[in-house]
Design a protein around this ligand. Sequence first.
Ligand code: IMP
Length: 451
Amino acid sequence: MMNKNITIIVGAKWGDEGKGKIAAIEAQNAKLVIRATGGSNAGHTVIYKEQKLPLHLVPGGIAYPQTTCIIGPGVVLDLEVLFEEIAFLKKCGIPDIESRLKISGRTHVTLPYHKDLDGLYESLKNKPVGTTKRGIGPTYADKSNRIGIRMYDLLLPEDELIHKIEEATKVHNQVFKANNMENCVVDCQKLGKQYHEYGETLKNYITDIEPLIFNSIKNNEKIVVEGAQAFRLDLDHGDYPMVTSSHPVVSGTLCGAALPAQALNVVIGVDKAYNSRVGNGPFPTELPASIDENGNVIKDTTPLEGDIIRDLGHEYGTTTGRPRRCGWMDCPILCSAKYTSGIDYLCLNHLDTLGEIGKKLGYVKVCTSYMYKGEKIHHYPDDIMVTGEIPEPVYETLEGGWTIDSSCKKYEDLPELAKKFVEIVEKASGIPVKYIGTGPASDDLIVREDI
Ligand code: IMP
C-alpha cells in the first residue's frame, strides 16, 4: 500500500478564495510543495519574515527552507513572469532557490504570441470570457493541438527550437496577418534564440519530477499541492465556456502535478464567507453593483450591496486589478464542489469581513438551496447554459453583523451570530468547517482541532 501523505488545497468557487494562507500553513511541515495547473493567471501573496511576496507561478511553499517546490507538467509557464519572481525572491533573501525549485521538463511554455492570441480571440467574441489575457487558453490549445513548446524543448540545439516555433506558429501567423496584426507576426529566429537562452539560464531547474515525487511518497514525507483557480472555472466541471483552460478540480490537480491518486490524504476546499467572481459567467447570488459594461467601477454613486461587499473585502484582482463581482455565500455550489473534488474540510475565509458587511447592511444572507425549474435543489444544475435560467437562491437571513478582533483565537471565542453562520454553511454543504480566516495576517486563522 502506498503512504497517504498528499494534501491538496482547491478553490471551491471562482478563485480568489484566499488559498495562499492555508497553503502556507500546510507547507510549514511539508517536504514537497507543488503547483499543478494554470499559469500566471493565478496570484497569491505569501509572507516571508514580514515581507509580502506576491507570487503567480512559484509555489508559496518556497518561503520555507525545508521544502522543494515543483512546477508540474499541468502548469503553463510564462518565463518572463518566472524570471521576475525568481529575482524578487532572491532579493528578499529566500535561500537556495536554484536547488529548491524544480520545473518539469514537460511543462508547456506560454510564449508572447499566446498572449497576443488571447487578446485577439477575446476581442472577436460576441460574449468574451473576460480572461486575464495571460495567454492561458492559447497555450493549452497549442498543447492539445500538439504544437506546444515545452521546457525540455528549450534545451534543444537552437536551430531545432527555432524549427519547432516555426511549426507552431504557421497558422497563428496567418491569423495575425488576416486581422491586421502584422506587428504580432512571430519572428521565429529571434524568438527561438531568445528562448534558447532562457533554457540555458533555467537548465538547472528543469528536470524529471516523477522520481522526486515517488521517493517522497515512499519516505512518507508530506506533499502539499497548491491548487490554482477553482471548481467553477474548471474546463470540464465549471460554467463552460466561461471557464479557464485547465482542470482545477482535485483529479485535474493530481494529473497536473504527476501524483498517484492512491497517495491522496486530505482535500481542503477554500471559500470565502461571501463570494466573488472575476470575468463573465453565471453567479446566482451576485448582488447589484455600480460597474459599467467594461467592468470598471462607476464613481460617485450611492453604493449598492455589491459595492459595499467589494469595498469592505478589497475585492480587486491581484493579477489584473479588475473589480470583482460580489454576492452572498452559495452553499449549493459547495455541495457540487464536494461531489467533484471530495472535499474533506472547508477553510472559510473572511468571516471577519462578513461581520463588517452585516454591520453596514444590517443583515447577512446565506444561500442554502436553489429553486430551479419549479423544484428545490441542493446542487448546481449542469444545464443552465442550455436553459439560460439562473437558479434562484433560497436564503437564510441573519439579522445584524459581528466584530471579530485579534483576541478571537478559538472557535468558542467567536460571536454567537458568526458561529450560527458557520453552522448554517456546514449543514447546507455537508462539509465540516475546520479552518476559519479571521483577518488578513497569516496567523488570523482559527483551526478547529476537534474536527
Ligand atoms: P483565463 O484563465 O485567463 O483564460 O480566464 C478565464 C476565466 O477564469 C476568466 O473569467 C478569469 O477571470 C478567470 N480566472 C482565471 N484565473 C483566475 C484566478 O486566479 N482567480 C479568479 N479568476 C480567475
